[in-house]
Design a protein around this ligand. Sequence first.
Ligand code: NOJ
Length: 508
Amino acid sequence: MLLKISIVSLILATLSEFNKVSGQDIRHFPDDFLFGAATASYQIEGAWNVDGKSDSIWDHLTHTVPCTVADCSNGDIADNSYYLYKRDIEMLRELGVDYYRFSISWPRLLPTSFTDHVNPAGVEYYNNLINEMLKYNITPMVTLYHWELPQKLQELGGWTNPSMIDWYGDYAKIAFELFGDRVKFWITVNEPHLICHRGYGSTTMAPRLNMQGTGEYLCAKNLMLAHARAWHIYNDEYRSLQKGNISITISATWYEPESEKDAAAAEDYHQFDWGIYAHTVFSEEGGWPHLVADRIATKSELQGFARSRLPALTAEEASNLLGSSDFYGLNHYSSVYVYRNESVVGLYESPSYYDDIEAGTFRLDEWKISPNSSVNMVPWGFYKLLSKIRKDYNNPPIIITENGFATAGGLEDDDRVKYFRGYMAAMLDAIEEGSDIRAYTAWSLMDNFEWMDGYTRRFGLYEVDYESLERTRTPRKSAFVFKEILRTRSLDPNYEPTTTTITIDPGH
Ligand code: NOJ
């Protein structure tokens, strides 16, 4: 008898070892883990000049210099979600998500940029959207700033103007007032690095100011203080009544040192790319990371600047920022290798963000890379990033607010399926090691206007047909796989969808 039992357990143990080695384990998510899908207003809404909406910096850019965008396109119609939002909610029900992350367009809600005129049509649109979601028990997660700055505010300097902190705070307050009875998850700002580095320190996003090494740091300070302002308004005036959560979403790439000697270079990249934002809110001591502040101060002095290009935070500002979060919102897509040797000395324009870092990056040929090279499929980088956040910031509760892969299009999106499975498995590894990860959001619910890449890169679980007036949405293979993950609350690497028809399961 004893012998039989031990033979059975030996076989089971061998099988489970085999499963692990071949990556065939079915893995389960924690019971209370939540899943959602995300979009952003300019990328899907369309109706750019309808019902009183004014121009955002993206309307301005795409209309004045159309071919800065890869296919000379714009978000004038995009997915037409301003009119088709009920179909969007239907898709969310088909997938069986717990929540939907979408964003509010500031110039749709406040066409003058300020609170003197609240646009009734804007209020009605977002009320309809939120109420439709709630009808089906889908929790709204609302981003207040997903890059749609009113153009008028850009003309006043945009995020380089410290008055933005007041103006953004006023806008946030209106949103809490109007929608906070039903919205319990707020994200103040999406991806400060992209906003400041690409928009102010280069030409790769609106407003394309290209103020290298100065503009991005000015932006960083005002943007982070604006985030803190909104958090404090919510905390002081709305939290006790509305009982929601509010935080910021910080994007982060994983920077892997090429060899041990490159560890410092990789850490520099981490701190300049995302630590500069995260440290102010999530570290123990607050303020800018020393590494970043010291480097920029030293270089600025050598370059002949009268003061550091990174504006100082006063003690009061640093203390307003510190702890201004209810969770760590993380967007993650990719990893790169980092090296530092003599070849990078003096390589970059000075002053600039890259010159401040003074390191090089590369990716491996064998990595799967999405069209236009934007996303490298490196699941272990996600695991390492999550572990670093846990260690550096005392294990904050994390919501993955975006993760996803781009393809050139088509319904058979095996690469995206592989990406989701690999990245979710990496996330489960981090959870098993103690990371407090509460939710995972797929980017994106459907194809949409991918900023400078227009419609050339597709991130959707649903394909959108831009040739059709109806902007027909069709589920891709990844939608079926995502749905099964959500239905079973587990990751089965062998699951193959057997149907091409997606339906709404009972209870959704
Ligand atoms: C980050 C941004 O938040 C989103 O708007 C964008 O479409 C995705 N990444 C993919 O690039």
